[in-house]
Write a protein that binds this ligand. Sequence first.
Ligand code: FE
Length: 223
Amino acid sequence: MKRYSRIDRRAVLKLGAGAVVSLLSGFVFSADKALRVARTPKQTEGPFYPLQDQTDKDANLVQIIGQQGEAAGDRIEVRGRVLDERGSPVPGVLVEIWHANKWGRYDHQRDRNSAPLDPNFQGWGQRLSGEDGGYSFQTIFPGIYPAAPDWKRPPHIHFKLTQRGFHRLTTQMYFPGQELNARDLLLQRLPPAEQTLLIAKAEDVQQLNGQAVARYIFDIVLR
Ligand code: FE
């Protein structure tokens, strides 16, 4: 009886030690992994999230289905991957973007900017992240617009991510090398390291159907 209990105790102690070791290594492992990929900071949705549904909200904002013309402005492609904090892809996330047209105007009733509307600019697009977490949009370089008399918003794209109807993240993507980034009240609210996470990386310009398309990479890391 005594012997058995001693063995049991030893076994339990051994098991306990093993559990502690595996727990610790698990913690170190996950802490290490968590440190590897910084979470994308959230930002305000702003006043211009589309209010009315539109027939065409696909991933090509340059062309509205059924219309001849193309959106005015410099063509860009925005692509990236939706990841978790361990760097693993998150498929099946609805990625929505909306942004101002070439002249800095949103097709939205709350936008009082006198800049012209662009009847060929789709303004709003949606796309599900793929198996590799990847997404991409064809659009135009967004214009600058006044948010207040002494505050001009740098070019930016609004992002909203939802997964099976659950909200995951709302944020804004900025462009590298933009002077206004350093004076933007929303971007400057974040510590410098977090600002960097919201500025897309410029890739080489590509030719698409005889048009130059600048490509920007924006990976999004969810909590
Ligand atoms: Fe905006």
